[in-house]
Design a protein around this ligand. Structure first.
Ligand code: APR
Ligand code: ZN
Length: 374
């Protein structure tokens, strides 16, 4: 048994920004109080991993183990952990759920007040990381680090899931699919017979389309500058396509003309501040709801006050508004009951060793999701 001992295993380490990851042997310390050591079985590669690898100059982030869309099996638990046992199937969470704080107790948010201590949105602070390599602490991305065969996660940032769930599929519920689907269903609260527009057709945008359809939208307009994505979008329920490159006028004008004054709901699933504004302006002024799903913390956005004064609502969404533990368990069940798709998001499968290839595919827009077997 490995419980209580340091585990030596493989991980993909980011030593600095803008460089390929390197596969290293790392040491993973045993879990401390309230922590769980998880054997990661499968992980997706998400745009947010790339964001922190390429688009941030923050040197304090490295060396780091990226990856936050994974699933695995509990190997051992630290003192005070009662909810998990070795052998449990789990999904690490980017939004924790302690069940005790005022946010967790409120139905108005999926945030957890303790989240920022254990699941910071950039990285875990060095002293709490349990991953080491060549005598150096490796930072744990979002407190999770799924690009590693083992990781140590706080129990509030771990969802227990159906023992029958296929980990190589449900890993995608750790980020992208819950994020997009929930943004439509929980945050936008898409209504039956409504018209929707989804900007950006990566896994997040496609999941948003799936959510719009699930909620009964009549018309779902898919917007992307890469026309290769349109075919996949049809599979998830898109009814119309708009490629901004085919038009000289602003995309909001195009959508407004297509829909007799604007869509009821729009979702920005790219992380581009200009597109966020376009998505807002694409909504019908009287009641349109626009949800920001794409992630960026680099720039300010802008809009005309009258865009909102007229009656539009502009809101943000994190992890699709799902409370971490409850939401993931629920979405795993929805997949098992064939209420949502997951397999269709997976365009590539490969071993962890090929991670740089997986990163390139996503960067070049050639994959929706690569699932790595860890
Ligand atoms: N207009 C329309 N589509 C665009 C534009 C644009 N200006 N710029 C990029 N896109 C499209 C790309 O062509 C691509 O198909 O957006 C899509 C983004 O998809 P992925 O790169 O696969 O990203 P994904 O993993 O889906 O994440 C999207 O959601 O959670 C966040 O951090 C995540 O910000 C990221 C976003
Ligand atoms: Zn993600």
């Amino acid at each position: 048994a490995t419980a209580g001992k340091v585990i030596k295993c493989k991980a993909a380490v980011a030593w600095e920004s803008n460089k390929p990851l390197t596969i290293e042997e790392i040491e993973v310390e045993p879990p401390q109080a309230n922590q769980v050591r998880v054997k990661i079985v499968a992980t997706g590669v998400c745009r947010t991993d790339l964001f922190y690898l390429y688009e941030t100059e923050n040197k304090d982030l490295f060396p780091m183990v990226l990856g936050h869309e994974g699933a695995g099996i509990v190997e051992s638990v630290g003192p005070g952990v009662t909810e998990f046992q070795p052998g449990d199937k789990v999904v690490p969470l980017i939004v924790s759920q302690c069940r005790e704080c005022r946010f967790c107790k409120s139905p108005r948010t999926n945030q957890c007040e303790k989240a920022w201590d254990v699941v910071p949105h950039n990285v875990s602070t060095a002293p709490t990381s349990k991953l080491n390599c060549r005598g150096k602490k490796l930072l744990q991305f979002m407190g999770i680090s799924t690009f590693s065969q083992y990781s140590v996660v706080n129990q509030i940032a771990l969802a227990k899931i159906d023992p029958a769930a296929p980990l190589e599929k449900v890993c995608l519920l750790g980020c992208g699919i819950c994020t997009g689907f929930g943004a439509a269903v929980n945050n936008a609260q898409v209504e039956p017979d409504s018209t929707c527009a989804v900007f950006g057709l990566g896994a997040v945008g496609l999941a948003a389309i799936m959510g719009c359809k699930y909620a009964g939208a009549k018309r779902i307009i898919a917007v992307d500058i890469n026309a290769d994505k349109f075919e996949k979008a049809t599979e998830f329920g898109a009814t119309d396509f708009v490629n901004p490159k085919d038009h000289d006028k602003p995309i909001s004008k195009v959508l407004s003309e297509m829909t007799n004054g604007g869509v009821d709901f729009s979702l920005e699933c790219v992380g581009d501040v200009k597109l966020m504004r376009s998505a807002l302006e694409s909504c019908v002024p009287a009641w349109g709801v626009s949800v920001i799903v794409g992630w960026t913390d680099k720039e300010d956005f802008c809009a005309r006050p009258t865009d909102l004064i007229s009656g539009r609502t502009w809101k943000g969404s994190i992890f699709g508004g799902f409370k971490g533990k409850d939401g993931v368990a629920e979405m795993v069940q929805a997949y098992m009951n064939k209420k949502i798709k997951l397999d269709e998001f997976i365009t590539h499968n490969m071993p962890l060793d090929h991670i740089n290839e997986a990163i390139e595919l996503l960067k070049q827009g050639k994959s929706i999701r690569t699932v790595l077997s860890v």
